[in-house]
Design a protein around this ligand. Structure first.
Ligand code: IPM
Ligand code: MG
Length: 346
């Protein structure tokens, strides 16, 4: 099995290195090929997603991705900014279903921004649509009739896009506790009205799943008030981006949340939900656990290797139980030593 490693920018290479150590220790027949992506690729090859990188991503059985984003590239024309690499990969590979599980490791109850008794209830998956919405609509800068500069980004979803992510949400709920909450802003947005109508239509295929609908503002509030009520949340690209960052702090740290981005056939790109964190890059302060847990998701979802996936997750729990705490978790254990702690727990 060929794994494409796309470390990217900032802390990306540091966290990917630890995940690779863990995968190599499991010795499950994986081969790795690395390619540049994001700002690193722009600096090397003049484009954030060079053809060779896209080609490797297509050839590989699965992709392990670090992070993209580099302040030195923020003034480039948008097409050359690092973020375009991950957006391009999602679009080009049809990775429309983004699964972002959020579960509290009991050892981290104190690291949560919530009271331990509230945080301990959290065990959910956010299913985020990843190839549509305002992210990929028509966008640009124009002048108003009064000569004012105006930026615009069109939010749009067609019914086929909503239906396929709705199916992914219902299936995720079937595999868990059977509860699906669809999050939208149907009280204001037409996009959301269509979303809600289509989710209701699709629900006819899943009589065993209990469906509810929630406005996104209320969902942001409920995630902090009573996150234990959620099993699976299905939502659009923009709302999912925001809610998943919020969910990450409820379980302790954004440095803990892995994700899988899947196409219709189950091929996937796996990445921590955190970004490139340029402020701490190169200092050994990054928490590699989200990437290590992403590697576990990769084994489970794309490579059909549930046993090594279980071993990784158990090893992370052991490392935390043994007291390993990176800086984001209030500790002083550096990136490599966090990797060591997981390796010791395998
Ligand atoms: C994420 C990130 C990306 C997104 C950025 C880097 C383009 O925030 O994966 O959540 O907005 O989707
Ligand atoms: Mg995000």
């Amino acid at each position: 099995m060929l794994i494409a490693l796309l470390p990217g920018d900032g802390i990306g290479p540091e966290v990917i290195a630890q995940a690779v150590r863990v995968l190599e220790a499991l010795d499950c027949g994986l081969t790795f090929e690395t390619a540049a992506v994001g700002g690193a690729a722009y600096k090397k090859a003049g484009h954030p997603l060079p053809p060779a990188t896209l080609d490797l991503a297509r050839r590989a059985d699965a992709i392990l991705f670090g992070a993209v984003g580099d302040p030195e590239c923020d003034s480039l024309e948008r097409a050359f900014r690092p973020e375009q690499a991950i957006l391009g990969l999602r679009k080009e590979l049809g990775l429309f279903a983004n699964l972002r599980p959020a579960k509290l490791f009991p050892e981290l109850a104190d690291a949560s921004a919530l009271r331990p008794e509230v945080a301990s209830q959290i065990d959910m998956v956010i299913v985020r649509e990843l190839t549509g919405d305002v992210y990929f609509g028509e966008k640009g800068m124009r002048k108003t009739a009064d000569g004012l500069r105006e930026g615009y980004d069109v939010m749009a979803y067609n019914e086929a896009e909503v239906a396929r992510i709705a199916h992914a949400g219902f299936k995720a709920a079937q595999a868990r506790r059977g509860k699906l909450c669809s999050v939208d802003k149907a009280n204001v947005l037409e996009t959301s009205q269509l979303w809600r109508d289509v989710v209701n239509e699709v629900s006819a295929d899943y009589p065993d799943v209990e469906l509810s609908h929630m406005y996104v503002d209320n969902c942001a509030m409920q995630l902090v008030r009573n996150p234990g009520q959620f099993d699976v949340i299905v939502t659009g690209n923009l709302f999912g981006d925001i809610l998943s960052d919020q969910a990450s702090m409820c379980v302790g740290s954004i440095g803990m949340l892995p994700s899988a981005s899947l196409d219709a056939a189950g091929k996937g790109l796996y990445e921590p939900i955190h970004g490139s964190a340029p402020d701490i890059a190169g200092q050994g302060k990054a928490n590699p656990l989200a990437t290590i847990l992403s590697a576990a998701m990769m084994l489970r979802y794309s490579l059909e290797m549930p046993e090594p996936a279980d071993r990784i997750e158990a090893a992370v729990a052991r490392a935390l139980a043994g007291g390993a705490r990176s800086f984001d978790l209030g500790g002083t254990v550096d990136t490599t030593a966090m990797g060591d702690a997981v390796l010791a727990g395998l």
